[in-house]
Design a protein around this ligand. Structure first.
Ligand code: MEV
Length: 313
């Protein structure tokens, strides 16, 4: 028996990093993501295969992906050994939730009857191997898609998107490590607690207003909030010259606003644009400066993404 499942990648519109400290954040699922197919087998050890990355590991190996696979299998309900084949079109270390999307797709494939909360819990067992102590926002949005307001420890709060959000996502070309960026900010907070906590409080206000702007369909306001969030992230040393350049190019090309998305220190920028023509202009400006990007849109509130097949491995 086999089971195929998908999961979306994510973009954080407002609130990354502060979300680790209990501040809410707004995130959306995107149409790029990961796909996993689990095949049950009668004997032999389980195996995780990510063909595009040349990865083929068994749970007892010391590779991070093997350890993450093992911790997910340990957390899942008892099952037969299985081989899981994974594909993704997300850049690793790009801030688009690649590892969470893979974790959610595997969780769905190996446990097709798991609820969204169950999938999220399995994906967290996977995520913790890579990111130490993640807030959980990546796995939460990957398990639901749409737009969510996420606050650590609270139930997921789906946000109704009025109209649609047209986004351009561009890669600065510099991979970044979420764990290293989160640890770096923790060290800064040890030295300059007031400065960091004041920024977090400002981000909290941006997120609250961002939710209202999304629900009201006020994209101009949301774009301005993204610009302000980018300033605050820059002040916390999370931006890079490449990301600042990309945000500037996007604004010049007509974006409502732009910011880094995810951990920063590299990875991707996101720009909110009014029209498809502006999206093309932003992508062309980025391409002209050597940055690859793509356009996507979000038009729904969070939902449970159905499985392609419900048979357990
Ligand atoms: C990473 O996508 C988002 C961060 O806030 C880390 C986390 O929430 O775990 C930087």
């Amino acid at each position: 028996m086999s089971s195929v499942a998908q999961a979306c990648g994510k973009v954080i519109l407002l609130g990354e990093h502060a979300v680790v400290y209990g501040v809410p954040a707004l995130a959306v699922g995107i149409d790029r993501g990961a796909r996993a197919c689990a095949y049950g087998q009668d004997e032999g050890p389980s195996r995780l295969v990510i063909g595009g990355w040349n990865v083929s590991v068994q749970p007892d190996e010391s590779h991070d992906l093997a350890r993450a696979f093992r911790s997910m299998l340990d957390a899942a309900s008892p099952m037969r050994p299985c081989t899981v084949d994974v594909e993704t079109d997300l850049p690793p270390g790009g801030g688009l939730g690649c590892s969470a999307a893979i974790g959610v797709a595997i969780a769905r494939a190996i446990d097709p009857h798991a609820s969204a909360d169950g999938v999220q819990a399995l994906a967290m067992a996977w995520e913790q191997v890579f990111h130490g102590n993640p807030s959980g926002i990546d796995a939460a949005v990957s398990a639901r898609g749409g737009c969510i307001l996420f606050r650590k420890g609270d139930p997921i709060d789906p946000v109704r998107v009025r109209g649609s959000l047209q986004l351009c996502i561009g890669n600065s070309g510099v991979p970044s490590s979420t764990r290293a960026m989160v640890d770096g900010l923790a060290r800064l907070r040890e030295r300059k607690r007031d400065l960091v906590d004041e920024s977090f409080e400002a981000i909290r206000a941006l997120v609250q207003n961002g939710r209202l702007a999304i629900e009201a369909g006020d994209r101009g306001a949301l774009g301005r909030l993204m610009d302000l969030n980018q300033m605050l992230l820059g002040g916390l040393f999370l931006s890079t010259p490449e990301l600042e350049h990309m945000c500037g190019l996007a604004r010049e090309a007509g974006a409502h606003g732009a910011k880094l998305t995810g951990a920063g220190g590299g990875g991707c920028a996101v720009a909110l644009v009014p029209t498809r023509a502006t999206a093309d202009a932003v992508l062309a400006a980025w391409r002209g400066a050597g940055f690859e990007g793509f356009a996507t849109s979000v038009a729904t509130e969070a939902r449970t993404v159905p499985h392609e097949s419900g048979a357990a491995p």
